[in-house]
Design a protein around this ligand. Sequence first.
Ligand SMILES: NC(=O)c1ccc[n+]([C@@H]2O[C@H](COP(=O)([O-])OP(=O)(O)OC[C@H]3O[C@@H](n4cnc5c(N)ncnc54)[C@H](O)[C@@H]3O)[C@@H](O)[C@H]2O)c1
Length: 253
Amino acid sequence: MNSYGLGGRVAVVTGGASGIGRACAHVLARSGADVSIWDRDRAAIDLVLKELEAYDFRSHGAVVDVGDAAAVDAAMDEVREALGHVDIAVCNAGIGGAAATSGDYTDEEWHEVIRVNLDGVFYTQRAAIRAMKASGRGGSIINMASILGAVGFPTASAYTAAKHGVVGLTQVAAWEHAADHIRVNAVGPGFIRTPLVETHLDAAALESLAAQHALQRIGEPEEVAELVAWLASDGASFATGTYYPIDGGFLAR
Ligand SMILES: NC(=O)c1ccc[n+]([C@@H]2O[C@H](COP(=O)([O-])OP(=O)(O)OC[C@H]3O[C@@H](n4cnc5c(N)ncnc54)[C@H](O)[C@@H]3O)[C@@H](O)[C@H]2O)c1
């Protein structure tokens, strides 16, 4: 397990109570960052904060719906109050949404996926940029896209559109805020073993998904978190505006 030299940094991780976000919270805390976990459920946040007690860091948790701009702004203010400033934002919270063809997707299903997976990243990124500019310290924003930020996938039109959108808003913000010393990147995981995937798919479906990766398996949340922590660190000082797949070879076909 690597450590990324993040002592003195403050990180926000949205969707940090489960899956990839939880793994990010672990590696960031292990690397010395203070971490604020945002999620929908207080009990789930507290469970992860308890897991992190072994690390020497300050922690914070906030119940936030990332699709609610006012709630996101209030939570960012709360983090600045509690931990002083914000240096790292992992805009990770997301949902899978309904599985339906483009012809059958309903308005409600479409809007909910866009609200959480695209509006939520935009609102969190915006609040992070404001906090990073106010501190004058710059920072690193990591937006959670997907392999579906690069290619399509049948029955996932809203998810695919949102993730392509995340890549676009990452590129724009990287150019706009380079002069503020804010780096902005997107990460594109292949299929990863988390509740988002496991609650929707049976063993046969998981096996068939695994076969679509060159490595013939799906990934683990920690394998994505390592990339996120590197992007957060000074080791990634020349990395901005880029979409980084971490996908076991899924996109290499
Ligand atoms: N698991 C995969 O295969 C995979 C692949 C590519 C990208 N991703 C992306 O990674 C991110 C994390 O997914 P995961 O697989 O860890 O899923 P997960 O379900 O394990 O975790 C997602 C977390 O986000 C939280 N969340 C959902 N909606 C929220 C909202 N409106 N406000 C605040 N928190 C909210 C959930 O409560 C949960 O704790 C998502 O953006 C997802 O699209 C996942």
